[in-house]
Unconditional design. Structure first.
Lengths: 100, 100
């Protein structure tokens, strides 16, 4: 079965987040008030083929820990987006991943 | 009220995603098989103070469209993570955003 996952990677609490500061610094120019605590991370969506969902999750957990995040400064969580057909036709619009 | 949001920004379908290709290219080295359709985007978490949740959502939608994404090549979606105290103590672990 194919399972579509998202891995959300964020800077750990207390770790400097220059991109977040840059966003906050831009808010005045846009005239937007009331926004705070901006943290910028990555979101990686991917499809895993495995025998079952537990097997697919094991693959994505390993990938998240070893390749997609830096455990010293980043935390990650894994979201299941759902079963994916091999042509990705069941993905959400923002995830529709035309494989290049 | 303070509402914590996440804005997920991904490359639109058909748009080249070099970071996704780089991840796929690294899988062999890690000995990981069965992973496909990798798309790398951004995830921005932020707290909005507004009179109500609808007001907060209006702010974050504007921010997502005008600052956090490039509408030509990226799609975004907005997730509500929940009410946030002003000290961010109710955030999820990965989102705990010690403001720098």
């Amino acid at each position: 079965m194919d399972v579509r996952f998202a891995v959300n990677v964020s800077p750990k609490p207390g770790i400097l987040d220059p991109q977040g500061r840059a966003v906050e610094g831009s808010l005045d120019h846009l005239g937007i008030a009331g926004v705070s605590a901006v943290r910028v991370g990555r979101r990686v969506e991917l499809t895993v083929s495995a025998a079952d969902e537990a097997g697919a999750r094991a693959v994505v957990e390993r990938l998240a820990a070893e390749l997609l995040s830096n455990p010293l400064i980043e935390a990650y969580d894994v979201e299941v987006l759902g079963a994916a057909s091999s042509t990705d036709s069941t993905e959400s619009p923002s995830a529709a991943g035309a494989p290049a």
